[in-house]
Ligand binder design. Structure first.
Ligand SMILES: C[S@@+](CC[C@H](N)C(=O)[O-])C[C@H]1O[C@@H](n2cnc3c(N)ncnc32)[C@H](O)[C@@H]1O
Length: 272
């Protein structure tokens, strides 16, 4: 497992405090809850293009897996989308300010401030649990998140999750970096873990879950990021977008996927 670091000058708050502050600011700086949600209310279905949605819907339906948990729900797009699809979703996030805003806007929905490593739901509460880009944020590793996911899932329930992918392309690029670019410096603090397929499979298995599928996703975003960071091109510029679209659909997933998605299942244990 590889560690990513982030520059942060105010390194005196706790890990949880930093994560809450970082994401609260991130959601505010990228438009706030209302604007971010509004982007999804448009004439075409943005979720239809999302790799996470295309994979998730193969395994569950509102009749077979009705009660879902979104661990690290951010500004709530996924909760709203899946509620509209006929599921009943509870969204949990460590950012209290973001959750308060969601509760104010959607009093009939289930949004709750909390830490996904220690939630207040009874055992076996959910038919499915999805979490995008959240389990990797703690330096102690993924196990506290995975064991809590195991606890709240019903037997036979699915865990869908994404973590940053330690792809072949990234490992290759790392060879050309100087040690100061790859190791932590004083002004940097731990940001996230990056995992290979084998490492994520091991983590899930250690947590008692059966691995159903592992798939690198977000190839297009990787190309756009490379063009932005390497050549200073605008993220939203036409050239970056079209190059990302073309290269992202032809290059192998293992080379340039940015995130790694896992589908895992809590086994149904024979009690006889
Ligand atoms: C990468 S964002 C993903 C947001 C959303 N799931 C999405 O796909 O747009 C990670 C989110 O997880 C939340 N988070 C991080 N650690 C958490 C924890 N221990 N418990 C609950 N939420 C957490 C952050 O506040 C942030 O909103």
């Amino acid at each position: 497992m590889r560690k990513d670091y982030i520059s942060d000058t105010s390194i005196d708050d706790s890990e949880s405090g930093f994560i809450e502050r970082f994401w609260t600011d991130n959601w505010k700086n990228t438009g706030g809850v209302e604007n971010r949600l509004n982007r999804y209310i448009s004439s075409f279905d943005r979720f239809a293009l999302k790799s996470e949605w295309r994979l998730l819907r193969k395994y569950i339906s509102p009749t077979s897996h009705h009660r879902l948990l979104d661990g690290g729900c951010g500004t709530g797009e996924w909760c709203r989308h899946l509620n509209n699809q006929g599921y009943s979703v509870t969204g949990v996030d460590i950012s209290r300010e973001t959750i308060e805003k969601l509760q104010e806007l959607f009093p009939d929905d289930a949004f709750q401030a909390g830490d996904i490593r220690n939630m207040n739901f009874p055992d076996e509460s959910f038919d499915g649990y999805f979490s995008w880009g959240t389990f990797e944020h703690f330096e102690a590793g993924l196990q506290p998140c995975i064991s809590e996911a195991y606890r709240v899932l019903k037997p036979g329930g699915y865990l869908f999750m994404t973590v940053p992918f330690d792809s072949f392309g990234l490992s290759f690029a790392q060879i050309f970096k100087t040690p100061s670019q790859t190791s932590a410096r004083n002004s940097k603090r731990f940001y996230q873990w990056r995992l290979s397929r084998q490492e994520l499979a091991t983590e899930l298995t250690l947590g008692g879950l059966d691995v159903v599928k592992l798939q690198p996703i977000h190839r297009r975003q990787t190309i756009v990021r490379m063009l932005h960071h390497g050549f200073g091109l605008d993220y939203n510029g036409r050239f970056a977008r079209y190059t990302g679209l073309v290269l992202g659909s032809i290059l192998p997933r293992g080379l340039c996927g940015h995130m790694l998605m896992a589908v895992a299942r809590k086994p149904i244990l024979d009690k006889s």
